[in-house]
Design a protein around this ligand. Structure first.
Ligand SMILES: Nc1ncnc2c1ncn2[C@@H]1O[C@H](COP(=O)(O)OP(=O)(O)OP(=O)(O)O)[C@@H](O)[C@H]1O
Length: 603
């Protein structure tokens, strides 16, 4: 239902931008974002979309997200059809992966750079719904004049974050439209669609763990509105946000809470809905599915670190890094996403003098900005409303005596970088809401897939912190540059149990796997090998035809890059006319596929 809405008045903008005063009419979160943007000196300007090869890499790295989200994007688009809007999906950094929109509005969207390959993170595009949804980890609406950059005041945007089942912030679903024709229900729509994406992601994640579905109303059990929890043994390992909310849990409870902590019942299969009480006395209808004996396809759940499957990282570099770390020097690991930076850091910890101490990893990109501070520095008892009663130690103090890995350090907000630098210099931590400081002693390893020197020149990363961390920089090569990729694949296959089950990878398959460019690196390779393993019977011999469909197309002789008409039509036929699936297999956005077909005169 479109409606015209009062944009933030020109007078209010003038108050802020010319007189330096924050207008009272500005909602608090928007005001805070404006202040951050002003601090960073953001100004209107052009935009710089990714070159297509890099966009393809981003599309492949976000294959899971796209696969579960694309049907929902279509659903949202149908709802806003005729309202001059564009529906889009971004990755966890705010990079637009896919757009679907009203053709008239698409032109306007392109003018303001609502295009695949463009980042809408707050640091590049100023206050906007996508950037704020990422920073806050919550749904946000930013209307017309509330955008920081004047070039964006003609649009209104509603965005909702999408979380993977393991709590990782995976991306943002957003609807943007003409500011004068704002869609009243857009925020509710994206919130609901994000909920449905999370529900589908978890439901499709495989059946090797206990799966519990719950809803306060029996009739809604089995619908996308239900809560879903997954347990490995009796430990909660994955969930959707609805379930966490109902049970008063947070993502931090994954890997910690046990079934018996949550429910007043035994963990056993329940096929027909039954009533159950939680330990907090809430009442739900539930069903429980027991894990299947044989592993199911689990490409939708990202592989987690598993020591057994680890192939020893490069020994020479490891030895060097251990010496450096033992000497108290920080180690910086640079490498593409999935190239094994965290695995390398863990191996480093194990081989270092601090192996008896803890290994504490924090992913600076996965945490909403508002949580980084308390996660790192901890807080004192009763420090702020909603804080856990007992206070929280914080990762920096947890790492005392061991190794701290700051993963995706390049994504740490600037304000936090200043506090971190102080800790590294003073070796003391002062928790939030406290006056006392605590001595800390840990070795520090940082990892990033970003070009940190470039971020320093762009003013996005503090030079002083960079120089403090880059004493010993190690680049982990992407899989496609691996000196012995065949050996690595075979090692991984053995560690995963393929050899023990006498499942053979035929030469043509090994050859195809070693030629594939692996934009998602080891993470992607591991996911494919696990899928092959899950589908095979003991003693099988596997060839190219056993690969998941999307890979068969890619490794076939046809050149993916050229996307010739024959290949496009063949792929669409292979997926029975499903354009979303065909686009995912070809590694292009759906809108690109439509465009390419139109330019070939097919549609
Ligand atoms: N040497 C290895 N042996 C076995 N598995 C590995 C190895 N290196 C990486 N992996 C697996 O690949 C996946 C990605 O590895 P890791 O998380 O270390 O990469 P990363 O470079 O830190 O990724 P990102 O930048 O996305 O955080 C994990 O599931 C990990 O277990």
């Amino acid at each position: 239902m479109p409606s015209s809405l009062p944009a933030l008045s020109t007078q209010a903008r003038r108050q802020f931008f010319e007189e330096g005063v924050c207008p009272a009419s500005l909602p608090q979160q928007i005001a805070e974002s404006w202040l951050r943007c002003r601090q960073q000196g953001l100004a209107d300007g052009g935009f710089d979309p990714l070159v297509s090869a890099n966009l393809q890499q981003a599309l492949q790295a976000n294959e899971h997200l796209l696969r579960v989200a694309l049907p929902e994007l279509d659903g949202v688009y149908e709802q806003v059809l005729g309202t001059q809007s564009v529906v889009l999906l971004t990755d966890a950094t705010g990079l637009i992966l896919n757009t679907t929109g009203n053709p008239q509005f698409m032109k306007k969207a392109e003018q303001v750079a609502l295009l695949p390959g463009v980042s809408w993170a707050e640091a590049t595009k100023g206050t906007n719904a996508i950037g704020m949804a990422l920073a806050l980890g919550d749904s946000v609406e930013v209307r017309g004049g509330e955008h920081f950059l004047a070039q964006n005041i003609g649009i209104s945007c509603s965005a909702s974050p999408v979380f993977a089942p393991n709590g990782r912030l995976a991306g943002v679903l957003n609807v943007s439209g003409d500011a004068s024709l704002h869609h009243l229900h857009a925020l509710g729509l994206v919130r609901l669609a994000a909920q449905q994406i999370e529900h589908r992601w978890l439901s499709l994640a495989g059946d090797e763990h206990w799966l519990l579905r719950l809803h306060p109303r029996n009739a809604l059990l089995g619908s996308p509105r239900e809560g879903v929890l997954s347990f490995a043994g009796d430990i909660l390992i994955a969930a959707n946000r609805v379930a966490l909310h109902w049970l008063g849990l947070s993502w931090q409870d994954l890997g910690r809470s046990r079934f018996a902590d949550l429910f007043d019942a035994a963990l056993k299969p329940i096929a027909v809905a039954q009533q159950i009480y939680t330990q907090r006395g809430q009442h739900f209808y539930i069903t429980i599915t027991a894990p299947k004996a044989k592993l199911a396809i689990r490409t939708l759940i990202e592989p987690e670190f598993n020591e057994q499957s680890m192939v020893q990282p490069f020994q020479k570099q490891l030895n060097q890094a251990v010496r450096v770390l033992n000497a108290g020097v920080a180690v910086l690991l640079q490498g593409e996403t999935g190239s094994g930076k965290e695995v390398f850091a863990r191996a480093l910890h194990q081989a270092s003098q601090r192996s008896k101490g803890p290994f504490v990893a924090i992913n600076c990109a996965a945490l909403p900005e508002s949580l980084i501070e308390s996660e790192l520095f901890g807080y004192e008892e009763g420090a702020f409303t909603g804080a856990k009663r007992k206070g929280h130690l914080g990762k920096l103090r947890e790492a005392h005596g061991g190794v701290l890995l700051l993963d995706e350090i390049g994504d740490m907000p600037l304000a936090m970088q200043a506090r971190l630098l102080r800790v590294l210099q003073e070796r003391e931590v002062t928790p939030l809401g406290g006056s006392r400081s605590y001595k800390v002693d840990f070795a520090i390893v940082c990892a990033s897939h970003r070009d940190l020197p470039k971020r320093v020149s762009a003013g996005e990363f503090r030079a002083d912190l960079f120089y403090r961390l880059q004493d010993f920089t190690m680049r982990l090569p992407p899989l496609r540059e691996h000196a012995n990729l065949l050996g690595f694949i075979s090692g991984l296959w053995q560690n995963l149990g393929g050899v023990k089950r006498q499942i053979r990878l035929e030469d043509e398959l090994l050859g195809a796997l070693s030629r594939y460019p692996w934009p998602g690196n080891v993470r992607q390779l591991l996911s494919v090998l696990k899928t092959l393993l899950a589908l095979a019977d003991d003693g099988d011999s596997l060839g190219i035809c056993d690969l998941p469909e999307a890979y068969q197309t890619s490794v076939s002789k046809a050149s993916l890059a050229s996307n010739s008409q024959g290949l496009i039509e063949q792929t669409i036929a292979q997926f029975e006319g499903n354009i979303s699936k065909a686009a995912a297999a070809l590694g292009v956005a759906r809108s690109t596929l439509y465009r390419r077909r139109r330019s070939l005169g097919v549609a």
